[in-house]
Ligand binder design. Structure first.
Ligand code: CA
Length: 226
């Protein structure tokens, strides 16, 4: 899971990033509303923690602009202010949850769990496509009786592909989601992992294949019965 933290108080931003990383999230931080919005529009995040009082664009503007662009990533808004007006503004603008500073870590984590669960449909812990099932808690990919455990990166790539089904996931999205902004990973890193995944799919004897769209990206396809 990947989280974007938009917070201009650097110490708090770092604390939040450490907290999320300790709970197995990959965290990116933006220190103002403008770069926060740019990052949010990439659509690569599973959840966004968004401060209200920010330089350049405030949190309300950011969440409204995101929703206008059709980005549905769940947003948890943070504010130091306690007026109900703010709460209403935030929720009206499209935030999913509202937390008033100061807050306890476990309170924040509980909110994140609630809003991310809401987004992932009822069958939370499993993604499925064709004859494949991916267990999110154990990184286990299975097809009928057979199953394999995926490495962290294989898991993140497969999760992204399965969540998008037959829709194309670009190489760029995979690089950003799985390796992150700061990494030096290149297209051929993605290709290497795709080839690992293809081997595992054939080991599982799945009817699902990973199709390459040259220069663009990948999508899943169910092979037709011969
Ligand atoms: Ca602030």
């Amino acid at each position: 899971m990947r989280v974007l933290i938009v917070e201009d108080e650097r110490r708090l931003a770092q604390t939040l990033a450490d907290l999320m990383e300790a709970h197995n999230y990959t965290a990116d931080v933006s220190y103002d509303g403008e770069s926060g919005l740019d990052n949010a529009l990439s659509g690569i995040y599973d959840v966004i923690i968004l401060d209200v009082m920010l330089p350049k664009r405030n949190g309300f503007e950011v969440v409204r602009a995101m929703r206008d662009e059709g980005v549905k990533t769940p947003v948890l808004m943070l504010t130091a202010r306690t007026e109900t007006d703010d709460k209403v503004n935030g929720l009206d603008a499209g935030a999913d949850y509202y937390l008033t500073k100061p807050f306890q870590s476990r309170e924040l984590l509980a909110c994140i769990r609630v809003i991310t669960r809401r987004q992932n449909h009822a069958a939370d812990n499993v993604l499925s496509f064709g004859d494949l099932r991916l267990e999110l808690s154990s990184c286990q990919l299975s097809c009928g009786e057979r199953s394999v455990r995926l490495s962290r990166k294989e898991f993140e790539i497969m999760g992204k592909l399965m969540a998008n089904g037959a829709q194309v996931v670009t190489k760029e999205t995979l690089l950003l989601t799985v390796w992150g902004y700061d990494s030096n990973a290149e297209d051929n890193n993605v290709e290497v992992y795709i080839s690992f995944l293809r081997k595992k799919l054939s080991h599982l004897k799945s009817t699902v294949t990973i199709k390459t769209l040259r220069m663009i990206g990948y999508h899943l396809e169910v092979k037709k019965a011969p």
